[in-house]
Design a protein. Structure first.
Length: 243
């Protein structure tokens, strides 16, 4: 049953990217660069690179996936350090809009993209392999989702992704309405399901693997997690247990 449900949910949300997409906006901070992009055609996976213009050195990269058919998505590329104001960067990526023209950074972002997560904190999904950390944040009365870097200089660190106040969570959708997208940040998507549950999808990664987490609410009484292989269509349940 879990396998069938997760495959159905994930199949609806498999990400893709357009080679012929449309660049909407690039925001250049001195510690990260944010790219807004509209995908048009289907191509699984993409890479955006932040490049220091003075010597053409890649100082940040983000792999992810967008949603095709004209949907807009956001990619945040953390830089390898905080640079002095005025340092010029450009972004290289898929399609005719890249590389972009060099732009000087003028300030640091307010995001805590290098917050480190220790296993055993109060996230609801404590799997070591998880691509994201989900919190039922009672203090701030919200669901909080942080993406987690799996490799590179930021491996094990988290970046802010999706935050939704409890008061703004949508009601349970009807079968006719279908599952509702609550929020999206890059390749991280959160849903309210027709079952009343919540689902988080992260990925796919370069191996075509997508992390899927289902839980009943906040505070949660159970979670279900699985890895969905977008190349083979196979779903592998990983944990089914109460918390």
């Amino acid at each position: 049953m879990l396998r069938r449900k997760l495959m159905a949910f994930t199949a609806l949300t498999m990400a893709a990217l357009s080679i012929a997409g449309c660049l909407q906006r690039v925001t250049t901070y001195c510690d990260q660069i944010t790219v807004r992009y509209v995908a048009a055609d289907d191509l699984l996976g993409y890479d955006f690179e932040a490049v220091r213009a003075s010597d053409d050195v890649v100082v940040g990269m983000m792999h992810g996936s967008g949603i095709p058919g004209g949907a807009e998505f956001t990619v945040t590329i953390p830089l390898d350090q905080e640079y002095p104001e005025g340092t010029e960067f450009y972004v290289d990526g898929p399609g005719d809009d890249f590389p972009t023209d060099p732009v000087p950074c003028d300030e640091s972002s307010d995001s805590d993209h290098a917050q480190f997560f220790e296993p055993g904190d109060d996230r609801i999904n404590r799997q070591a392999y998880a691509y994201a950390a989900v919190y039922c944040d009672e203090e701030n009365q919200r669901v909080g989702v942080y993406g987690i870097y799996g490799s590179g200089d930021f491996a094990g660190s988290g970046f802010p992704a999706i935050f939704v106040p409890y008061s703004e969570l949508p009601p349970v959708p009807s079968p006719e309405e279908g599952n509702i997208l609550i929020g999206q940040f890059g390749n991280i998507r959160g849903y309210r399901l027709t079952t009343g549950e919540y689902q988080l999808n992260v990925g796919p990664d370069f191996e075509g693997k997508e992390y899927v987490l289902v839980w009943d609410g906040c505070p949660q009484t159970y979670i279900r997690a699985a890895i969905f292989n977008t190349f083979t269509g196979e779903t592998t349940p990983t944990e089914i247990y109460p918390r």
